[in-house]
Design a protein around this ligand. Structure first.
Ligand code: SF4
Ligand code: MG
Length: 329
């Protein structure tokens, strides 16, 4: 029962003038058909770089992948020929980005841009491809799709543009969809609608979905499992319910405590103190130690491995038991 996509001990380095930046440092995660994995972390945690490595859109060089595998249905895409690789990335695995406006071309109608997927990749005629574009716009619930295929990107709202991006990303029926902060540029109501749309599309097609976000609140309702990243590593992974019930890493606990909760109206929100680590000079031992309320002496010297808590859960904290036992405030 091999997962659709398996990232296995992935390392990504950037060789810069200032030194080697270890942006991804031994990351492993999997996603199966019909499953949603949320990858959570601050900017610089390595969550986007991991996705870019999967899609093959890292700048190479300075980016180097010294170690690790990215297996799609059992085959390491890093070892595929250029041609096979292009076929996998973009067709079998697709990606949507935060900024729909800059990803769309302002001088072509959205219908033209969506239908291009079918003309280029499926060799369809203009008319047939345009018909498919209308179908797709319907599928991502853009009202009056038949008329609106002739409109330009600037004629749509931010939420509708993101729907157009989603339409393009699912045009070729990918098996895995990666969404990197797909709703960050949108207001809260629209965020929820886009998440709901992604969840619906996934249910219909049984895609594996990877949602990359800094906002735990946004993915709570749609994710099956969560991988929390910090300083280029996964610090906690678990089924979503386990994490909400009781986090097993102080960083996850901090993220949870900083989500606004309806039952705590008026109370001041908790914020994790301090700054994310500088990847050029990572803290010794546990990278989270400068910010950690649970820190003990050995945390400064001993890097915690990802301790296995159960078959589906891990935490990279020496004191995960204490964190797990602590009542959420
Ligand atoms: Fe905090 Fe230590 Fe756990 Fe790191 S290993 S998260 S510093 S308690
Ligand atoms: Mg990012």
């Amino acid at each position: 029962n091999e997962p659709l996509l398996a990232v296995d001990d992935l390392h990504v380095e950037f060789h810069t003038r200032a030194g080697v930046v270890r942006a991804v440092n031994g990351v492993s995660y999997t996603v199966r058909a019909g499953e949603t994995l949320a990858v959570l972390g601050e900017s610089g945690s390595g969550k986007s770089v991991t996705a870019q490595a999967i899609m093959g859109i890292l700048d190479m060089p300075p980016a180097v992948i010294p170690k690790g595998e990215i297996r799609f249905k059992g085959t390491d895409v890093l070892k595929l020929s250029e041609r096979d690789r292009t076929q996998v990335r973009g067709e079998r695995i697709a990606m949507i980005f935060q900024d729909a406006l800059s990803a769309l071309n302002p001088v072509f109608t959205v219908g033209w841009q969506i239908s291009e997927m079918f003309r280029v990749h499926r060799g369809m005629s203009k008319g047939a491809a345009m018909k498919k574009a209308v179908e797709l716009m319907d599928r991502v619930r853009i009202p009056a799709a038949k008329q609106r295929v002739h409109d330009y990107p600037h004629q749509f709202s931010g939420g509708m543009r993101q729907r157009i991006m989603i339409a393009m990303s699912i045009a070729l029926d990918p098996e895995v969809l990666i969404a990197d902060e797909p709703t960050t540029a949108l207001d809260v109501t629209v965020q929820a609608q886009i998440m709901e749309l992604l969840a619906e599309l996934q249910r219909e097609s049984q895609m594996g979905l990877i949602l990359i976000t800094h906002d735990l609140g946004v993915v709570a309702d749609v994710a099956d499992k969560i991988a929390v990243m910090y300083g280029g590593r996964i610090v906690e992974n678990a089924p979503v319910h386990d994490i909400y019930k009781a986090p097993a890493h102080p960083y996850t606990k901090g993220l949870l405590d900083s989500i606004p909760r309806v039952d705590q109206k008026g109370q001041e929100l908790y914020a994790i103190k301090g700054l994310p680590p500088n990847l050029l000079s990572m803290p010794t031992g546990c990278a989270f130690h400068p910010r950690c309320p649970y820190r003990q002496e050995n945390c400064v010297t001993d890097t915690p491995p990802l301790y296995e808590i159960s078959g589906t859960r891990g935490s990279a904290c020496h004191y995960w038991r204490e964190v797990l036992d602590g009542e959420r405030q």
